[in-house]
Design a protein around this ligand. Structure first.
Ligand code: 8OZ
Length: 367
């Protein structure tokens, strides 16, 4: 029987166990959005995860939506990430870069001078972001022009190349949580009348073009995607037919034979049962012709739920977010059924080592 602690190979990625560190925004990048040595320490401490998914990492300056998030488009950023991936690999871990474009979830103070956020729509989201001034309402976006879309695809392609140059084992496209791709996918947000709005085909087009570009740039076996079909995060109201929309998109993606699909079940960081959704149906669409593509689940998994979902074959990998913050040695604690330490909410976003690299591992010697 397969357990949570068994190794797995999917695509070009081999992992020592089925436990994944989920992407977690921590807002500690340095000047020019370059990853710092402290970030390398933080990830290295957590490298016993089978796989680490990096925090959301913007593919371009206009993809940034929060203060001090890292980028992956400049040579300086690639060099900063190289320190991180070297540290994780030296500790025996694997790591993919989460490629992020926030779309309309941004503020003018975070963008190049004179720019406003870009999206599928010109309607602002009713939510806040984290800027130099603290929490502020997001800025009013402008809708991307049809002739600008190819440029967005090119930014993702370039970022994927940068990720490989930085030593990552692959990438995860951030298709979740109300950011750019969900702003195109969901009919609650997308109000376009061109080839990127309206039908499932049109609303999925940007995502499919980006995955196509990345798989051709770095290989399908190093490409993954995160989706969150029903999350209300970042003012993305439910699609009028989320089940059919996401089944359509995943069916179209299946022939691209991605290494993994990472699904946030329910409301990101919140209730798992916020809206009905048949995830098993999505999984069977993903596995069609790609039976070795890994199915990664996330959101509120307890130890027992994770053990069960892998043992029963319903998932190949389980991602844990918040519990990896307070427990750098989460894998060991899950293996030994040891207690989990809490995290300090106040130190989640921004700052230095405190609440970041100072969470201790379990005592190594029994008292
Ligand atoms: C929390 C704070 C800022 C960003 C996401 C990247 O929800 C995020 C995020 C989460 O995917």
């Amino acid at each position: 029987m397969t357990t949570l602690f068994d190794p797995l190979r999917f695509g070009e990625i081999s992992v020592a166990n089925r436990i994944v560190m989920a992407p977690l925004t921590r807002d500690r990048a340095g000047p020019n959005q370059v990853p710092t040595p402290l970030m390398a320490t933080y990830y290295e401490q957590r490298a016993s995860a089978g796989l680490i998914v990096s925090e959301g990492t913007q593919v371009s300056p206009d993809g940034q939506g929060y203060l001090d998030t890292p980028g992956i488009y400049s040579a300086e950023q690639v060099a900063g990430w190289r320190r991180v991936t070297d540290a994780v690999h030296a500790a025996g871990g694997k790591m993919v870069a989460q490629l992020w474009h926030v779309g309309r979830i941004s503020h003018v103070s975070l963008l190049p001078l004179g720019q406003v956020p870009v999206s599928s729509t010109a309607r602002a989201a009713k939510t806040k972001t984290f800027t130099k001034a603290g929490f502020e309402a997001v800025s009013e976006p402008r809708a991307l022009r049809l002739d600008e879309i190819a440029g967005v695809v090119a930014k993702f392609r370039h970022a994927a190349r940068c990720a490989i140059d930085a030593g990552f084992d692959g990438v995860e496209v951030h298709g979740a949580n109300g950011y750019l791709f969900e702003q195109f996918l969901r009919d609650s947000v997308n109000d376009r009348t061109d080839a990127y709005g309206g039908s499932f085909e049109n609303r999925s087009r940007l995502l499919l073009e980006v995955i196509q570009a990345i798989t051709s740039e770095i290989g399908h076996g190093r490409t993954g995607l995160r989706l969150s079909p029903v999350t209300p995060a970042n003012d993305a109201a439910q699609d009028s037919n989320a089940q059919a929309l996401f089944e359509y998109a995943v069916e179209q993606l299946a022939p691209m034979r991605m290494a993994f699909l990472h699904v946030v079940e329910g409301s990101t960081g919140g209730p798992r049962d916020i809206a009905p959704f048949d995830y098993a149906a999505l999984r069977s669409r993903f596995k069609q012709g790609n039976e070795h593509g890994a199915w990664m689940v996330n959101n509120g998994y307890t130890r027992q739920m994770a053990l069960n979902v892998v043992a029963s074959g319903q998932a190949d990998l389980v991602a844990f977010g918040k519990s990896f913050i307070g427990n750098p040695d989460l894998v060991r604690r899950l293996r030994e059924d040891a207690p989990l330490a809490p995290l300090n909410q106040k130190l989640l976003y921004g700052g230095g080592a405190e609440g970041y690299t100072d969470y201790p591992a379990l005592e190594t010697a029994a008292a």
